[in-house]
Design a protein around this ligand. Structure first.
Ligand SMILES: *Cc1c(COP(=O)(O)O)cnc(C)c1O
Length: 337
């Protein structure tokens, strides 16, 4: 099977496994895992921020950040299709007791004007707006990227209104590569940044939350409460260090592969609108001969694993384990349909 369901399906390469096996480890709840300490220092350094904390998942890093930035009864502003709202099990309500103000964005991206309109007045009837959470790249936007100037404009609104700004950067490195941007730029505008090591970067497990020292100290306490305090997890952190060193620049290959597949899809009568392919995700509308589910089933029979994300949409995610030969094979299958 050629598996395009998600960029989480990658297996560690022999070189990554070797780096993991060589990792010095210790008990991270005591702060004694050298590999985790190193990954946290590298991550904070990359973004020019003070501190970082390694967690088992991106859901946990996002949820910890939201909990650090809010009090129960506060309100979080985010895009309607954002992961923090759609795919974290109602965690904003469950973990932080906060409400959510949803904004209808453009392929997952919101504007400074929309943020401004969504901020509640200082009125006892209203929840206090305290946090804006952005997603870059935006998964349900088809891997869309923000223009950095739009993020800066949102930051201005946050500063004027004393709101904190969090980034769900599960696929931030895809955006950085696609837009030729740097981690430092992002470190300058966001209060906290969550990055995933287990998506495009190809590690088995792990995400990192990056931010100011005091906040990350609080995050350690919350991570423990959430059950995310790990022991000799340095084996996983070592995979992360390896990935940050070796697997970032190559994301451009995934982006090119996604373009090639999208070009093949464009020719087919059963393909409707394809969201602009900016990174490693292709989301397209299915029409006519197939429903999204039919098409996914048909492709599966032919050895290609994709997901129907709605009755009319299929998602294809390109990643580290998709070779150029896999891409050519996939294009052949698409052409045969
Ligand atoms: C995958 C993902 C996450 C984190 O997911 P986990 O499976 O909990 O690691 C967060 N945000 C976005 C946009 C994602 O795609």
């Amino acid at each position: 099977m050629i598996d395009f369901r998600s960029d989480t399906v990658t297996r560690p390469t022999p070189a990554m496994l070797e780096a993991m096996m060589q990792a010095p480890v210790g008990d991270d709840v005591f702060g004694e895992d050298p590999s985790i300490n190193q990954l946290e220092a590298i991550s904070a350094g990359l973004f020019g921020m003070e501190a970082a904390i390694f967690c088992p998942s991106g859901t946990m890093t996002n949820q910890i950040a939201i909990k650090c930035h809010t009090q129960p009864g506060d309100e979080v502003i985010c895009e309607r299709l954002s992961h923090v709202y759609q795919y974290e099990g109602g965690g904003i309500a469950f973990n932080s007791g906060a409400s959510v103000r949803l904004v209808d964005g453009n392929r997952g991206r919101i504007t400074a004007a929309q943020v401004e309109e969504s901020i509640n007045p200082d009125d006892v009837h209203k929840p206090a707006s305290t946090l804006v959470s952005l997603e870059n790249t935006a998964n349900r936007g088809g891997g869309s990227c923000y223009n950095f100037t739009d993020i800066q404009a949102i930051k201005e609104v946050c500063l004027q209104n004393k709101l904190k700004l969090h980034l769900d950067g599960a696929r931030l490195f895809n955006a950085l590569v696609a837009k030729n941007e740097t981690c430092r730029q992002y470190g300058e505008v966001f209060d906290t940044i969550s990055i995933c090591l287990s998506k495009g970067l190809g590690t088995p497990v792990g995400s990192v939350l990056i931010g100011p020292k005091e906040l990350i100290k609080k995050a350690r306490r919350i991570r423990k409460i959430f059950g995310g305090g790990m022991r000799q997890a340095g084996f996983m952190a070592a995979a992360g260090i390896y990935a940050l060193e070796h697997n970032v620049a190559r994301l451009a290959d995934d982006h090119r592969h996604a373009q090639e597949i999208a070009t093949a899809l464009q020719e087919k009568d059963f393909v409707g609108e394809i969201l602009p392919v900016e990174t490693n995700i292709i989301i397209f509308e299915v029409k006519g001969r197939f429903t999204a589910r039919d098409l996914a089933a048909k492709m599966k029979e032919l050895g290609i694993f994709v997901i129907a994300i709605s009755p009319k949409q299929v998602r294809i995610v390109v990643h580290l384990d998709i070779s150029p030969e896999n891409v050519q094979q996939t294009i052949k299958v698409i052409q045969s349909l």
